[in-house]
Design a protein around this ligand. Sequence first.
Ligand SMILES: N=CN[C@@H](CCC(=O)O)C(=O)O
Length: 301
Amino acid sequence: MALSHDDLWPRAGSWPSFAAEDDADAVLLGVPTWRTSLSPTGAHATPAAIREALTRYSATLMGPPVVDLGEALRVLDAGDVAEPDGEAGIAASVARVHELAASARLVIALGGDNALTYPVARGAGATGLITIDAHFDLRDGISNGSPVRRLIEDAPEKERIDPTKIVQIGIADFANSAAYAARAAEWGIRVITLDEVRRRGIDEVVAEATRIAGAGAAARIHLDVDVDAADRAAAPGCPASVPGGFAAWELRALVRSIVADPRVVSADIAEVDATADTDDMRTVRLAALCVLEMLAALVAR
Ligand SMILES: N=CN[C@@H](CCC(=O)O)C(=O)O
């Protein structure tokens, strides 16, 4: 169904294309990984679906003061990496993100499954990592369940992330194993479970996470937003979302609060399978709103 048009109600999305000489506040890049997903997924369809969902919303913050993100920020769209899986795809994704990160304050990568975190964080030159995720992603091998381990162990030495600068927010019961919890503890990763977020509140947890991931001179933080950290009712299109996860508002508030830290230079939105979504793209809409929360955070810096 075509969306109604109103000159006085401009819609988000449909941002101009990125060109090599451009500077921007934020650049969108589709990184449609899917081939190594543990659960069958159509996540490669998701970047296009998020772009379409963005046009359902305005880019206007109610404040006060009211702010039009389209006027306050220069947002560009760099299209998609054509084939981001496999060795050549990873190299192409790293190179593309590296190029964009040189010209934009924030690179927003639209996944794709969670395997995209590995090339995107590398390309952005991340020195610290915050994940919002129900899972550790510390598995062996190459999959959507291993990008955090790969950033610690598999990346070229200069691009590896020190595990003591990694914070994992939203780790859920009944969605992980004791072996990977032990691996996280042994490596010095700061794990903040879903229950701990609820006990302490978003502001306190984000202050701690950005302090840890942003440690050191010239810190560059990558934020991985695995939408499966959200409640299955809010994220039915994520293969591994769990009933009882973050409410949509909690996920959005976490994203806005973390990206407001100027050390955050890149982010990804992962694990949404647009082909499995329900309720006219409920999960894709949440992913699109996470994009808008990131832009709102840039204005707040
Ligand atoms: N980022 C997601 N990680 C999940 C993947 C599960 C799946 O695809 O089924 C994990 O490792 O368990």
